[in-house]
Design a protein around this ligand. Structure first.
Ligand code: BLA
Length: 244
């Protein structure tokens, strides 16, 4: 269902950047499950290039029961640009949730003005996909922008409106990257390192997918996938707590 989105992202990335494939820890790159009705394959890709320190995307194909496309793009630490976050989910065709955002690293006015306001014009053209839904797992004021697309929708809208919106958001994101001036001051760069790391910790600890991964692939695999691949700069909760 979301394959065309994955293919489009891949094509754009390969046309615009000198991507270098990055290793994914053994056993996490691809996994299949045949636990009765929980049959699914999960597959992931990871790249880097001078402007983007980590580009990862994952596809879960569980047939009609589940289709998921998830991706995060982390710019190099010398750019304070938001992360690009994609989470498109479909469970049994009835429950379709799509989230697409430039995930802000900071919340000050200047940052909003520079990186978030430019999204407004696009967001306003896709009202149907920006439903101001309440978040249960995350805090909407942390790492989400006010112009995110977040909707409960249907297959028809995914193929038409969402695909258009997706192309527009990606275009704007590439444009921001092209215009970005790299930071050179070490302290400024350290601030980005910390902000991206905090994002990983926050996201890993709250990820609503952990139950989904566990149900398909087991708890142990799920923890490894979260902390060794998806959010590898995060420490597992038990560890980070015992170190406090
Ligand atoms: C919600 N994301 C969800 C849910 C699942 C996933 C199962 C809960 C849906 C529900 O029942 O309400 C799935 N999350 C995943 C998967 C991966 C993952 C499969 O990380 C990894 C492969 N989530 C992101 C990114 C964004 C994001 C990058 O990983 C940013 C665009 C957003 N997902 C996001 C939001 C929700 C969500 C905002 C709703 C959560 C809430 O209500 O608080």
């Amino acid at each position: 269902m979301y394959r065309p989105f994955l293919e489009y992202l891949e094509k754009e990335l390969f046309e615009r950047f000198e991507l270098q494939s990055q290793p994914i820890p053994p056993g996490l790159e691809r996994q299949t499950s045949d636990r009765g009705k929980h049959q699914a394959t999960i597959e992931s890709w990871c790249y880097k290039c001078p402007q983007l320190r980590k580009v990862r995307y994952t596809y879960i194909d569980g047939g009609a029961a589940s289709q998921v496309f998830n991706s995060v793009i982390y710019p190099d630490h010398c750019y304070d640009i938001p992360l690009l976050g994609i989470d498109f989910l479909s469970f049994g065709k009835k429950k379709i949730i799509v989230v697409l955002d430039f995930q802000p690293l900071f919340r000050d006015e200047e940052y909003q003005e520079k990186y978030i306001e430019p999204m407004r014009e696009i967001r306003d053209r896709y009202d149907k996909l920006a439903q101001n839904l309440e978040m249960k797992f995350y805090d909407a004021n942390q790492y989400f922008s006010k112009y995110l697309l977040f909707a409960k929708t249907d297959a028809e809208t995914v193929q038409t409106g969402l695909f258009e919106a997706y192309k527009d958001y990606l275009d704007l994101y590439w444009q921001m990257l092209e215009q970005a001036v790299p930071l050179t001051n070490q302290e400024d760069i350290e601030r980005i390192v910390k902000a991206q790391k905090d994002y990983d910790q926050y996201s890993a600890d709250r990820d609503p997918a952990s139950g989904l991964f566990s149900s398909y692939f087991g708890h142990e695999w799920s923890e490894r996938f979260l902390y060794e691949f998806l959010f590898e700069d995060a420490k597992p909760l038990a560890v980070s707590q015992s170190k406090k």
